[in-house]
Ligand binder design. Structure first.
Ligand code: NAP
Length: 437
């Protein structure tokens, strides 16, 4: 069987792994628009979370397995068309994630100084699309909207000292800009309450360990108990979040030069300013039946930058059925159309951690196997040869696994320890490190 997987992040690679476990002789071609593999493991996971990024070693084994080929720097919809993929492969699996920021839908969100988390995280992680963002960090106060783990990543990275970031792989351009910033007050803003926050406890607790930053929480805002509405499987972690938040509120000691203010029940209404952000208007909410209901009471924060960490959506791809309302490929449990499937965030939206993709991949491949059993695949798809010929004809300089390893080694070699790597952040410098230009 010839399989194309579009997207070499966790969902794509775990799906490739699940396929080869079930059908060891499958030929799998893994495409990525970037010259580099691993998706959010490289460009999304926080640079100071190196132990989470260590999963890349397992992905390396999947990507270098005989029968699997990497085609980096190949964009479906630009270098190869969807119908060409379908003509070449027995199975096409999209695992392209959800790269675009959801919008806040409030006045002022296009002002200079407002950034979506995909762009902001991509900036400090050296994503070629976002490396040149140069966010305005020249004020003293910045607001991060959202109560998920991405919001925690952003405040933590901004609050860390250069010493705390020394063994991270934060890109040099971002480390320098954060070091030069004069931020003293970071606001972490949830439109619902502490019970509803989707932080995971380990990540939330990290805020309490920052060298130069206190966490300010109003203890009166933290309920004693999560209450009966929280689903059983989430109770333990939500309860733990409340304990951690209370512990922040109870701290004393010498004040540190920076503060993270954790604000709950505050929904964004408008971003204020004319030429750039000068403030954020919020409205107090009450949580009623799980929803944030506005109370009419408004207040303003004098922030000079805003990062919206409120979720992502998948961009549409020419020809691939798309669900506009949900911002992902139209699919039924991963099935898009005969022979075409979706995996990961482009299938079910942006939720779950890296490991979630492993379980999901097993379920998806089981479904694919059932579909194949009930309806045999058409014979005679040509696979790699046809696609390689098209790419060569079009002059596309694709990156294979060996070329990626040249980039990998060059990035490691140019970093100053304890920094694990200094990424190349433009397509041109990546191609040059891969020796394909
Ligand atoms: P998330 O957990 O879904 O959080 C999104 C947050 O944005 C929620 O608090 C949501 O509030 C809020 N929000 C949405 N629309 C809003 C609006 N219009 N105004 C104000 N707030 C709004 O998603 P995420 O933080 O982007 O993370 C995505 C996934 O990656 C999650 O599964 C996360 O756990 C995972 N992740 C994991 C790690 C880690 O393990 N270290 C790190 C980063 C990301 P409501 O709840 O009220 O909708």
């Amino acid at each position: 069987m010839h399989v194309a997987i579009v997207g070499s992040g966790p969902s794509g690679l775990y799906t490739a792994d699940a396929i080869t476990r079930l059908w060891p002789d499958t030929e799998i071609d893994i495409f990525d628009r970037l010259p580099t593999p691993y998706g959010l493991v490289r460009g999304g996971i926080a640079p100071d979370h190196q132990s989470t990024k260590a999963v890349a070693r397992a992905f390396e084994r999947m990507l270098s397995r005989p029968g699997t080929r990497f085609f980096g720097n190949v964009e479906i919809g630009r270098d190869l068309r969807y119908d060409e993929l379908k003509a070449a492969y027995d199975l096409v699996i999209f695992s392209v994630g959800a790269e675009n920021d959801r919008s806040l839908g409030i006045p002022g969100e296009n002002l200079p100084g407002v950034y979506g988390a995909a762009a902001f995280v991509g900036w400090y992680n050296g994503h070629p699309r976002h490396h040149a963002l140069e966010p305005l960090l020249d004020g003293t106060a910045l607001a991060v909207i959202g109560n998920g783990n991405v919001a925690l990543d952003v405040v933590r990275v901004l609050a860390k000292t250069q010493a705390e970031l020394a063994d991270s792989d934060i890109c040099e351009h971002a480390a320098r800009r954060i070091d030069a910033a004069h931020l003293t007050d970071l606001y972490l803003i949830g439109r619902r309450g502490p019970i509803e926050a989707s932080f995971t406890p380990v990540e939330l607790a990290e805020l309490g360990e920052l060298e130069r930053c206190d966490v300010i929480v109003d203890p009166a805002a933290i309920a004693a108990d999560v209450g009966p509405e929280v689903p059983e499987k989430e109770r333990k972690s939500r309860q733990r979040n409340l304990e951690i938040l209370r512990s922040f509120g109870a701290r004393s000691g010498e004040p540190k030069p920076m503060r993270i203010h954790v604000l709950f029940n505050a929904a964004p209404v408008a971003i204020l300013g004319e030429e750039r952000v000068r403030g954020l208007q919020l409205e107090r909410t009450r949580v009623i039946e799980g929803r944030a209901e506005p109370t009419g009471e408004r207040f303003e924060l004098p922030v000079e930058s805003v990062v919206a960490a409120i979720g992502y959506h998948t961009p549409a791809l020419p020809g691939v059925p798309f669900d506009e309302k949900r911002g992902r490929f139209a699919n039924d449990d991963g099935f898009i159309e005969p022979g075409v499937y979706a995996a990961g965030w482009c299938k079910h939206g942006p939720r779950g951690v890296v490991g979630t993709n492993r379980t999901d991949a097993g379920i998806l491949v089981k479904r694919i196997a059932e579909d194949i059993a009930s309806q045999a695949l058409p014979e005679g798809k040509p696979g790699t040869g046809a696609v390689t010929a098209l790419l060569r004809e079009r002059g596309i300089r694709f990156i294979d696994y060996a070329a990626w390893k040249r980039i990998d080694e060059a990035e490691i070699a140019r970093a100053t320890p304890p920094k694990p790597r200094e990424k190349f952040v433009t397509i041109a410098s990546l191609l040059s490190a891969a020796s394909v230009i």
